[in-house]
Design a protein around this ligand. Structure first.
Ligand SMILES: NC(=O)c1ccc[n+]([C@@H]2O[C@H](COP(=O)([O-])OP(=O)(O)OC[C@H]3O[C@@H](n4cnc5c(N)ncnc54)[C@H](O)[C@@H]3O)[C@@H](O)[C@H]2O)c1
Ligand SMILES: O=P(O)(O)OC[C@@H](O)[C@@H](O)[C@H](O)[C@H](O)CO
Length: 538
């Protein structure tokens, strides 16, 4: 039985190859040693998309000799991942890509050469992170920490408790809990050491991700500066684009949680010890990552201290305006809104696979209407990718691929953080256009109504189901407290009028009441969700 480790790759190379697994073409030890003395790239958020896409892209450079240092994975949130799927497997990942015929392309990704837990109780990892940030060689820190990883404030607009503590505690080593204060403290060490340049690249699915990251890091720095906890020059350093940059990016690759079906198939192929782990913080992780083949990563080419030639690995570098357009296209129109609609309706209708939802004619019509009918008229063509072609690929091939083990339950995670961008932006465009009337939209308000119905945690048969984690769940459920099937009143108005959630005033655009009516229709009785979807999507 094959088990992922550096030793096994060396001693059992032919057995791995016989199992159809591509292996790194570079010397892992040499690259690890180079990285030790000459760190160039740290990545925060050691999750699936990082291992399945970003690390694999860098591996292509290492394989072809166009890079000679690896990536250092840093985890500021879920340290269990480092202990359970990084360290025991020598930081290696088995990447399993799946095409529409169900064939696996397997390879070992070895470009991650160190894995650090930024935990104040782990002094060695913490010191190493500081050492890395003090090195002139460091070119970039990238991030896939989910949208909420950048938020310093809670629903009431006030700083989160951990952020308040981080502000009071200052930038001293081992004192920060929130990812943004940790990063601010590390870049402060860099400033003190030599004011060296570097770049911070957010690769999360939030609009203007680089700006969001910059805003969060600067806010922490300014709070410390106000209290005299950092030198005044630190703010100027962070704002000087010759020193520090925060490019925008758009990342796209459906990377589901690791699936037990894939684990079982690997076992049949002689690859063992691939258990799927759900950590106490609810991260789904494994020594393997399963993902689709399609991938797009577009980054604003604004790097203050150089960067690896990732264009050689298929990553597109372009100007800010183009990234902005391509990201808007994907996140607000052609992919993520459709995913969110399938996620919440899938949970209510008992689906556990996105591809199965695409076989349901009503749900297919749901996402086709959101994408083609309501989204495409307002999308701006980024020039480098055609929105229509992108949407065709998403709907005809990517979502429909039955071998991609993606679940509505994964995608429903943190929906409160995403609805504003995924639906609110299109509504905004309708408000701005003289020739379009937001009140005439149907599928987008329906998706919002389905989300509100989803929040009850009762499926369309009237049975309770587990809602996916969401930082606003308690508040939102508080508004809906006690609502049952058959009720004709509820606190849904309080949710819909919250502009912080939707980014637009739903009531003054004529959508608030429309959504409320749809919500009550879906509340009528068991089966009413299906009936309402059928009615509006005829
Ligand atoms: N999986 C995909 O299909 C996909 C595709 C494109 C973009 N993305 C982006 O990448 C993000 C991560 O996706 P993933 O598949 O790697 O998820 P994952 O669950 O495998 O990993 C999530 C990572 O974020 C960290 N994290 C979670 N909450 C955090 C917090 N509050 N502060 C700091 N770190 C936190 C976790 O510790 C973990 O490292 C998504 O939220 C999205 O923005 C994902
Ligand atoms: O990762 P999130 O939470 O921003 O969104 C869930 C999915 O829509 C997302 O992960 C997609 O799989 C991804 O955006 C495809 O590129």
């Amino acid at each position: 039985m094959l088990r992922l480790s550096r030793e096994s790759l060396k001693a059992g190379q032919s057995a791995w190859e016989a199992a159809g697994v591509g292996l790194p073409k570079f010397e892992l030890e040499t690259v690890a040693k180079n990285t030790q003395v000459n760190p160039q790239w740290v990545h925060f958020g050691a999750g699936n998309i990082f291992r399945g896409f970003v690390a694999n892209a860098h591996q292509k450079l290492l394989d072809s000799g166009q890079a000679d240092t690896g990536i250092i994975a840093a985890e500021s949130f879920d340290f269990e991942m480092i202990d359970k799927v990084y360290k025991p497997y020598d930081n290696l990942t088995l990447l399993v890509l799946m095409n529409a015929r169900g064939e696996f392309q397997k390879k070992v990704v070895g470009s991650i050469v160190e894995a650090l837990a930024a935990d104040k109780n782990r002094a060695a990892d913490y010191s190493r992170l500081i050492e890395i940030f003090e090195q002139p060689s460091l070119q970039m820190a990238s991030f896939t920490i989910t949208e909420k990883g950048y938020s310093l404030t809670g629903p009431d607009g006030r700083y989160l408790g951990i952020v308040e503590k981080d502000i009071e505690n200052g930038p001293g080593p081992g004192r920060q809990v929130h990812a943004m204060s940790l990063v601010a403290s590390l870049v402060y060490r860099r400033y003190l050491k030599g004011r060296y340049p570097m770049t911070f690249v957010s690769m999360d699915n939030c609009s203007h991700n680089g700006d969001k990251l910059k805003q969060a890091v600067l806010t922490m720095a300014k709070e410390w500066a106000k209290r005299g906890l950092v030198e005044g020059g630190f703010i100027g350093y962070l704002e000087d684009e010759h020193k520090i940059t925060f490019p925008l990016s758009m990342i796209d690759k459906i990377t589901p949680r690791p699936s037990e079906t894939v684990q079982a198939a690997l076992l049949e192929q002689g690859i063992g010890d691939m258990d799927v782990i759900v950590t106490s913080k609810n991260t789904y992780t494994a020594p393997f990552v399963n993902a689709e083949i399609s991938e797009y990563l577009v980054i604003e080419d604004k790097f203050a201290n150089g960067r690896p030639p990732l264009e050689e690995a298929g990553i597109i570098f372009t100007d800010r305006d183009t990234v902005n357009k391509v990201e808007t296209m994907k996140v607000t129109t052609c992919l993520n809104p459709l995913h969110t609609a399938l996620a919440v309706s899938g949970c209510l209708l008992g689906f556990t696979l996105i591809a199965d939802e695409m076989k349901d004619s009503t749900l297919r019509r749901f996402v086709e209407t959101i994408g083609y009918t309501e989204g495409l008229p307002v999308v701006v063509d980024p020039g480098i990718l055609s929105p229509k072609q992108f949407l065709d690929e998403v709907l005809q091939e990517r979502f429909s691929n039955p071998f991609i083990p993606d679940t509505p339950q994964r995608i429903a995670t943190d929906t409160s953080q995403k609805v504003g961008i995924r639906f609110g932006e299109t509504i905004k465009s309708y408000i701005c256009r003289e020739d379009l009337d937001p009140a005439k939209l149907t599928a987008i308000p329906l998706a919002i109504a389905v989300w509100c119905r989803y929040l009850l945690g009762v499926d369309d048969e009237g049975k309770p189901f587990a809602l996916s984690p969401d930082p606003l769940l308690e508040t939102l459920q508080g508004h809906l407290g006690g609502v049952k099937l058959g009720d004709k009143t509820s606190g849904v108005h309080a949710i819909l009028e919250d502009e912080k959630i939707f980014g637009v005033p739903l009531y003054s655009t004529g959508l608030g009441e429309k959504i409320e009516n749809m919500f009550y229709e879906m509340l009528e009785a068991p089966g009413a969700v299906r009936k309402t979807l059928d009615k509006y999507l005829k």
